[in-house]
Design a protein around this ligand. Structure first.
Ligand code: TXA
Ligand code: MG
Length: 330
């Protein structure tokens, strides 16, 4: 199968036609690129799992063009959470809510809940509106690989597996949406993202539980038990910039071709060591981290990422980097 890349109205129109006919296409969102299928069509949803090589017990998020359409896929949810929809949607927040009766088991892996999200990317919103049906979509990478933040990244994993990639440029946010379960006693962040637990707690005026980001044996977000975001080469997290540099020297001496991923302000401390600048602010680091991992695995054989901190959005970024490193620290 030839995989086309189209942008603008041409991409949106062709993509929506494919989805309505039961096919699978890649599309941009503000977080990462997704692989879209009609959420009401079990056959189409199975084709998404096949294209990604994803286990069927890991549920998909359902995407809608407008927050007024959330009722199409849920049985409703506690009214006190309406404020989250009003505050954070459209945007990088997925709410896990009671599942509506039209959503097939294939989407939710048989769970009684469904993840819903209203992306803010303008091309995405027009594409979802043109589809006319709720769109079930995982990130558009092969299972266990680094998530894509550009059409080029999608092409590297999906060439020959899907007919079309809608090109909407580089993703602004850069890591996947925050997944928040609001079906229990207290809201629980199942996957950290750009909307942080602190931001949610502030808006709700109540405590929000948070998963540590460790891989759990029986995780409530089924995706959390799988290995994720793995680069093709070895990857470690360095405690600070000097341990990053020490590790770099050790790898060099062992004949390796390492690269350091660090904040811009630390680049000056690296002497001649090869580095990829992740940017200055937490938002920049978030936007750049997957592209840096993609570039790192292509141009080096050992990735050393400095610890970016454990607060706010930086903590969400480290959740992904720690997984890429398989928990290895130096
Ligand atoms: O930003 C995003 O969320 C991107 C874009 C494409 O929207 N999508 C994405 O999908 O990251 P995916 O499939 O790669 O990750 C979805 C995560 C998985 O960890 C899955 O287990 C969890 O959300 N999830 C989905 N539905 C759930 C449910 N009903 N209950 C608990 N966890 C759920
Ligand atoms: Mg994913």
């Amino acid at each position: 199968m030839e995989t086309k890349i189209l942008s603008g109205e041409q991409g949106i129109k062709a993509g929506a036609e494919i989805v309505r006919a039961g096919g699978v296409v890649a599309f941009p969102t503000e977080t990462v690129y997704g692989l879209a299928a009609n959420a009401f069509d079990p056959q189409a949803v199975r084709a998404v799992f096949a294209a990604k090589g994803r286990p069927m017990d890991n549920p998909l998020i359902v995407h809608l063009p407008d927050k007024n359409q959330i009722g199409r896929v849920t049985r409703g949810y506690d009214k006190k959470y309406e404020v989250l929809v009003e505050t954070f949607m459209p945007g990088p927040l997925t709410l896990v809510v009671p599942r509506g009766s039209d959503i097939p088991d294939e989407v939710t892996a048989g769970l009684d809940t469904v993840g819903v999200r209203v992306p803010s990317h303008p091309v995405c919103a027009r594409f979802l509106a043109a589809c006319g049906v709720p769109v079930a979509a995982p990130s558009a990478n092969l299972s266990t690989r680094i998530s894509p933040t550009s059409a080029r990244h999608v092409f590297e994993d999906m060439n020959g597996r899907i007919p079309l990639i809608i090109d909407g440029g580089e993703c602004e946010v850069g890591i996947e949406s925050t997944v928040l379960d609001i079906t229990g006693e207290a809201p629980v962040v199942l996957r950290p993202g750009a909307v942080t637990a602190e931001m949610i707690a502030h808006v709700l005026g109540e405590d929000v539980k948070s998963h540590s980001g460790k891989v759990l044996a029986a995780a409530p977000a089924p995706g959390m038990k799988y290995k994720h975001y793995a680069p093709a080469c070895e990857c470690v997290v360095a405690e600070n910039i000097s341990s990053a540099l020490a590790c770099y020297e050790r790898q060099k001496n062992a004949g390796k071709n390492p690269v350091i991923l660090c904040r811009g302000e630390h680049a000056a401390m690296l002497g001649g060591a090869r580095f990829i600048n992740l940017g200055g602010t937490d938002e920049e680091v978030c936007r750049n981290v997957y592209a840096a991992l993609h570039k790192g695995e292509k141009t080096a054989d050992f990735i050393i990422c400095e610890d970016l901190g454990d607060r706010g959005v930086a903590a969400s970024v480290m959740n992904r980097v720690n997984k890429a490193a398989g928990g290895k620290r130096v």
